[in-house]
Design a protein around this ligand. Structure first.
Ligand code: GCW
Length: 604
């Protein structure tokens, strides 16, 4: 029941786009197509992009210069030169203050009387980010006459997590097989470099190559050599490689009788594995671990805690400055409310994790639903480094059909006020990392549908700046990918902005969750006819009965509201305060309950 309005808009917008866009494109170039600007911009832009001057040399400076040449060559029809003349773009290392380690400044200036644009940064990667920002200004026709801006990422670690299996399949992937061709690696196909370019263009600086349901073989010398080749190819683009590690690898690969994190043989095995990895990949990012979750091995198998497990791995990586990212996605069949389980398990461990451990928490307490309230662990583990995990691939949001622009969803969670320790503390300021489960695969257009490229783009932009309005990100993407024609942009952006809400309305409205069949997660599917019904069926989550519908998480029910800071929890528990968006997440209401506000939102 997707509204017919977006569909009509889609057809209209696409007709316009088809008329204006270059033919024979297949989506491979993403938002980095660089088609010619309209004639009214050409002269002014060309006078500010006559040459690219590298004042230092490094692989990152080189890829920056080549991106500028490619972008400007496409946008303006003439590639810039190399000499220092009027209108040159000058790439400089500089001790900037205020833009952070990875930030940059763009500045209109004069060198010996010649007007130039300086792209300056403390580290080379900042120069590359600055160049992409400069190109974006041209691509969106927003280059000001005088440039004087500095920008840097708000969140230090901005990652993509790939759930790619070593056999080439992708868990919850809807864009063809895995992007990594293990049989061909260590040979580097050009698309591996273009993947890094695309990531760098939105500021992503890390990628986990393999599924969190990990195969230990990724840690064998055979695979590590291939991983090292990828790391070499991505280094100039500032993308560090991470791997999902299977906790029982010491048994499977090392033939030890145990993977107990406190056993000295196990510690030694991981230490020597870490040493081996860093010999091949000196800037290896670290391990991502899914432990004691959905059947994966972990420290609890040996009576140890998540902190024991994470800290053991952290000890092996610490001498190399690597990081352990430990997932908090845990639940089990016991207990009265699955939404409470991760908090109950992890909150008592606050302060017990080593400094190079990051605990990675899904945006909401259940599992990447079309809408969830923010996870109660944000703001409640103040002595632990935290990451937010979002899902870019649309497992629960229509998979590879229809459209759902998720910039709105991520803005919602990043800006949610934890009130911890005081109100005005959004989720984004409680985290040091943000990870998106990638929607990229081997499809020629990377994401299966061209439209899903917007979610890759928006994820990166929001990870860089969580305050960026989702509409602005959609607008940028539409202009860079399709056209700057104002009518088309308006139609595309309108369609994008309403699309996630439409998906919520027809799948899990009013705070319902998981109303889909448990095997494929393609919704809606409010009842599964399995005999006997599995525990995690839609009725577990909707609690529909003769009296009403919704999960009572107030003090009369599971009291999950108590896991939030009191101001937040009180509001969620109060029918007069809670937003309709979370109504049935927190309340069991009679079928006769009268809504106070107009609904559904997507139709307003
Ligand atoms: O959402 C669920 C998915 C699983 C996934 C799991 C997780 C990788 O259905 O496919 O496993 O979450 O995040 O670990």
């Amino acid at each position: 029941m997707l509204s017919t309005i977006p569909v009509r808009l889609l057809i209209g917008a696409l007709a316009l786009v088809v008329a204006t866009a270059a033919s024979a494109e297949d989506g491979y170039d993403l938002w980095l197509r660089y088609p010619p600007v309209e004639t009214q911009w050409r002269a002014a832009y060309a006078s500010r992009a006559t040459a690219v001057v590298e004042t230092a040399r490094s692989p990152t400076f080189d890829v920056t210069a080549s991106e500028l040449r490619r972008g400007i060559g496409g946008l303006l029809g003439t590639a810039p030169q190399t000499g220092a003349i009027d209108g040159a773009i000058v790439l400089q290392r500089s001790r900037l203050k205020g833009a952070g380690d990875e930030g940059y400044c763009l500045k209109s200036a004069r060198i010996e009387g010649h007007p130039v644009t300086l792209i300056r940064a403390k580290r080379d990667i900042g120069v590359l980010y600055g160049a992409f920002a400069f190109l974006r200004l041209m691509q969106t026709r927003t280059l000001p006459a005088h440039l004087d801006v500095c920008d840097g990422p708000a969140i230090p670690l901005r990652m993509l997590d790939h759930w790619d299996n070593l056999d080439g399949t992708v868990e919850r992937g809807y864009a063809g097989p895995s992007l990594w061709n293990w049989a061909r690696l260590p040979a580097i196909d050009p698309h591996l470099v273009d993947y890094a370019r695309a990531n760098a263009s939105v500021g992503i600086n890390g990628a986990v190559l393999n599924n969190v349901n990990a195969d230990a073989r990724i840690l064998t010398p055979e695979f590590l050599r291939k991983v090292a080749a990828i790391a070499d190819a991505w280094r100039p683009y500032g993308i560090r490689v991470y791997l999902s590690a299977r906790f029982s690898a010491p048994i499977e690969l090392g033939h030890l009788p145990t993977a107990d994190p406190l056993d000295p043989r196990v510690r030694r095995w991981w230490q020597s594995k870490a040493d081996e990895i860093y010999r091949l990949i000196p800037d290896f990012g670290g391990f991502l671990v899914k432990a004691n979750s959905e059947g994966q091995p972990g420290p609890q198998t040996y009576g140890r805690s998540h902190a024991d497990g994470a800290n053991m791995l952290a000890g092996a990586l610490a001498p190399h400055r690597g990081t352990v990212i430990w997932r908090a996605f845990v639940y089990s069949t016991g207990g009265d409310d699955r939404a409470k389980q991760a908090y109950d398990e992890f909150k008592p461990l606050d302060g017990k994790f080593a400094d190079n451990v990051i605990v990675q928490i899904k945006n909401g307490p259940i599992d990447f639903q079309p809408r969830e309230p923010f996870h109660p662990l944000f703001g409640q583990m103040r002595r632990t480094h935290l990451a937010l995990e979002a899902q870019i691939t649309r497992e629960y949001l229509g998979q590879n059909t229809g459209i759902a622009y998720l910039g709105t969803m991520w803005s919602e969670v990043l800006s949610a006020d934890t009130c911890a320790p005081r109100c005005g503390t959004p989720v984004s300021s409680t985290i040091t990392a943000v990870a998106g489960v990638s929607n990229v695969g081997g499809a020629r257009n990377w994401t299966g549908s061209d439209f899903d490229q917007a979610n890759w783009y928006a994820f990166g932009r929001l990870a860089w700046n969580p305050r960026l309005p989702a509409r602005q990100t959609a607008d940028e993407w539409a202009r860079m990918t399709w056209t700057n024609d104002p009518r088309s942009v308006r139609s595309i952006v309108t369609m994008m902005m309403g699309s996630r809400e439409a998906a919520v309305d027809y799948m899990t409205p009013l705070g319902l969750a998981h109303q889909m069949a448990s095997d494929h997660h393609y919704g809606p599917g409010p009842w599964v006819n399995d005999q006997p019904a599995p525990l995690w069926n839609p009725i577990y989550y909707n609690r529909a009965d003769a009296q009403g519908i919704g999960f009572d998480r107030t003090p009369t029910g599971s009291n999950a509201v108590a896991q939030y800071e009191s101001d937040v929890g009180r509001c969620f528990a109060d029918l007069h305060c809670v937003s309709d968006d979370y109504l049935l997440w927190f309340h069991h209401l009679p079928w006769t309950h009268r809504m106070t506000a107009a609904w559904p939102k997507s139709q307003q």
